[in-house]
Design a protein. Structure first.
Length: 328
């Protein structure tokens, strides 16, 4: 798709934001062709110096989430500044995305009084309007207590701000949906989207909240294994680590063939009364299966493993650092 054919070409969105979710929403809309104007207070918003920083002090994080946007620095404490931001919204396409809370002049009611078809997207921490960020929302959701090694007793936070990312993408979809609704009905839309609600909905949709309600069970901590499927990490003879996944019977048969464990796994299935054509049994007996496969991985170098697995349907990837990924 060429730049001139981008679906949101000609649409203007005003973003008054900071941190991850709202800026990601704006960047996503920009990548779809919208002209996004990020409005910051004089001196920058609270995320302007967020780490990591370049040698000159520039926030690499801030730059990454604000690519492709236009920028306006306005005195957001003054009535004149308030009026200027309102004009940017109202005289543009009447669309604003913000996570700024408690600003009456930027609220839906104030803007809708000036333009009835305004599209107002407000990102919140929690559905009741109280404060919440990705790291605190995640702590109350359950994920940190099923993340990490099986024998670990405490909570482990993952490093990806998953709910910020999900919320930002949902917000972008909300803007597109509201624009479509306005085109058809002429009506504006008021949208409130909370990190906590996005996180709860995602966990529920994936069955993590339904499982204890229906089965009365608590999801176990699995390390690098995959719940309900066969997946495990292995180390090569030269110290490289690989993640290996078999989602289907064919994947699993190919893994047996490449590791030369067909006979051993057949004998194991007979001894256990297991059917390794079933993903449930592959998951149930994952530890003993992994012990059989581990020998092959530890006997081969990373290059040998990559070559061998590349000729099969087995899903795999070598673990890499961010620096290795950036270097290509």
């Amino acid at each position: 798709m060429t730049e001139s054919a981008l679906p949101l070409d000609g649409l203007t969105v005003v973003e008054v934001s900071s941190f991850v979710a709202a800026p990601l929403c704006g960047m996503t809309l920009s990548q779809l062709g919208a002209e996004v104007i990020r409005v910051d207070p004089i001196g920058g918003a609270s995320d302007v110096q967020r780490w990591p920083l370049a040698a000159d002090g520039t926030s690499i994080y801030w730059t990454g989430l604000n690519k492709g946007k236009r920028s306006a620095t306005i005195d957001l404490r003054s009535p004149d500044g308030h009026e200027l931001v309102q004009r940017l919204i109202i005289e543009g396409d009447g669309i604003v995305v913000t996570n700024a809370a408690g600003l009456t002049w930027l609220g839906h009611e104030a803007l809708a009084a000036k333009r009835r078809d305004v599209i107002h997207v407000q990102l919140l921490g929690r559905g009741d309007g109280s404060t919440g960020v990705d790291y605190t929302v995640n702590a109350g959701l359950g994920y940190p207590l099923v993340t990490g090694p099986a024998d670990h007793a405490g909570a482990i936070n993952h490093v990806l701000p998953a709910w910020d990312v999900c919320c930002g993408l949902y917000a972008a979809l909300a803007v597109v949906t509201a624009v479509r609704h306005r085109e058809r009905s002429g009506a504006g839309t008021r949208i409130s989207l909370a990190l906590e609600d996005v996180a709860l909905a995602t966990a529920a949709n994936l069955g993590l909240l339904t499982e204890p309600q229906v089965n009365g069970t608590q999801r176990e901590r699995l390390g690098n294994a995959i719940y309900g499927q066969y997946g495990q990490d292995f180390i090569s003879s030269d110290g490289a680590r690989f993640m290996v996944v078999t989602l289907t019977g064919r994947h699993f048969r190919d893994l047996l063939a490449v590791t030369g464990t067909d006979v051993a796994v057949s004998a194991l299935a007979e001894a256990l009364g297991a059917d390794f054509g079933s993903e449930g049994d592959r998951y149930r007996y994952r530890d003993v299966l992994s012990s059989l496969f581990a020998t092959w991985f530890s006997d081969h170098t990373a290059d040998e493993i990559t070559t061998a697995l590349s000729d099969t349907t087995v899903l795999f990837e070598r673990y890499r650092t961010f620096a290795e990924v950036a270097a290509g």
